[in-house]
Design a protein around this ligand. Sequence first.
Ligand code: FMN
Length: 189
Amino acid sequence: MTRPITIAGISGSLRQDSFNTAALQAAAELAPDKVTVNLLTLHDIEPFSEDTEAGGWPDGVAALREKIAPADGVLFATPEYNYSIPGVLKNAIDWLSRPTGEGPITGKPAAIIGASPSPFGTARAQAHLRQVVFYNAMPLLPYDEVLVMKAGSKIEDGRLVDEESRDFVKELMADFADWVRLHTERKAG
Ligand SMILES: Cc1cc2nc3c(=O)[nH]c(=O)nc-3n(C[C@H](O)[C@H](O)[C@H](O)COP(=O)(O)O)c2cc1C
């Protein structure tokens, strides 16, 4: 019997009309049966400092950690800022990676997607995110960089409407569900 799984969805954009958040919402909508994608927000995450950490998890961080801990996998959608991932996303991952080697994201299977108004944006950011994911021992779904290019013509009013992109996201989510089950079952066994 197929085991139900939950995926934490993290968008690296805080923008209200974010293409990346829209791509994540499409992934949640197109996920196979028995796969629930919970979108988490990074709006309330304090800037990381080891001094703050020494005083205990700040409220926003504690809430994010609690939400991500029970997830079986993590799906990132990252914009590209200055050829890399946005600071808010890196900041959140820094919190979630603590304590080193025992953070709530450590070892969770991951997948990376991204959307960009330009033809190549997000690909370079995804390459950087791969490094961060690797350091956190997160088995990464072995796909090429996943792009919704020229997103302005494919995302309308916060919804991914381009059929080809939707088919691709659907296929990716089916593969990611298999990948998550493979890795979580292996861990449990
Ligand atoms: C600070 C900043 C830096 C950016 N740097 C890049 C970049 O290096 N390459 C690129 O293709 N787009 C860059 N962009 C454009 C964003 O990728 C684009 O605005 C994208 O739509 C943001 O993602 P969102 O729609 O999910 O908010 C940058 C935007 C901002 C605000």
